[in-house]
Write a protein that binds this ligand. Sequence first.
Ligand code: CTP
Length: 401
Amino acid sequence: MLKDKKILLGISGSIAVYKVADWVRELRRAGADVKVIMTRDATRFVSPLTFAALSGNKVHEGMFDPDDAEKIPHINLAREADLLLIGPATAQTIARLAHGMADELLSAAVLAADSPILVCPAMNSRMFLHPATQANLHKLKEFGYTVIEPDCGNLACNEEGPGRLAEWPRVFDGVLSALSKQDLAGRKILISAGPTREPLDPVRYLGNRSSGKMGFALAAAARRRGAEVVLVSGPVSLADPAGVETIRVNTATEMADEIFNHATSSDVIIKAAAVSDFRPEKRCDLKMKKSGADLALPLAVNQDILLTLGKMKKEQKRFPLLVGFAAESHDLLEEGLRKLADKNLDLLAVNDITAEDAGFAVDTNRIMLLDRNGAAEKLPLMNKTEVADIILSRVARMLNA
Ligand code: CTP
């Protein structure tokens, strides 16, 4: 996801320095080339050797390194970076950046940069909440820097409050957003995800194995590309994606209500949810007892939300783009083309549910994309975030066509 990206990581002196050793590994695992600047105080917590070994590059510490002098490090490092990631950013470093100081390598490089700058504060909560620090952070935002707010919790100084260095998933999301093309800016995207649960009684339900990972990956990726995203999700164990309006539902009927509520104000609807096709005809208010239970389970058919949207699209002049998913075990192309036509879709992602590494509950997916002209494209095995980005690139292209 960060192939060919050059990231300059600026590390200042906080106990949280040890945490960013892992960031370097994660950035490299995502394909980035990472160069590191450490302030003098940062090197007191963790040796530059650690970061040199992890990044595979020399660590830069001073403005006046004789081995580097001809390269003018503060200019060169800033110039070649696609993104500057400052973390942990101490109160002192934040103050330096807010005042445009250039008295050491890190702040001088920040001044010389014209790429996106992400600042990840880490400090004691009173230092963080002090009006001076807050005013400095406000200034950084005015400069156009992105501040990844710290987490709240137990701090190294044994106090509780805001000031813990943000955890990697949130930082990584910030890195990806800053480097993403904003090709969905100003677009409203409605996404459904996860399974639905159709209750039999207060404890039992009909459900399915969907984990919601594909829909959540789509929501996060669309938000990173600048879209305003509403995510309607059935019961899953995933946290709300940052910056996404997430609405939790249980049944197919509840999901349908939310989708129809938001449908016409959207530019795109992506239905990644595995909606239950059936529900028990009757829901018992009391727990069903096994003694004397009627073993037959009469079912009622749920409304096919996507099919209904496809019909509405036929009747309305201006209607959102419709993207569906199909879970198939055989005849993928034939079944996909049939669903594309029946549901009047612009794009359909067909999953082969017989493949172990794709579909339900795994992090990877192997899909075939069918578009409204019937063109088919088979994608190799990818993680769901990569699949999400490919689908969204198709969506962006259709919106701009
Ligand atoms: N879908 C929906 N409402 C339903 C059932 C499905 O909106 N009640 C949507 C899903 O979100 C998905 C698409 O329809 O985007 C395809 O679902 P799938 O179960 O694969 O296909 P079905 O049309 O239900 O056909 P079948 O079960 O016969 O394969």
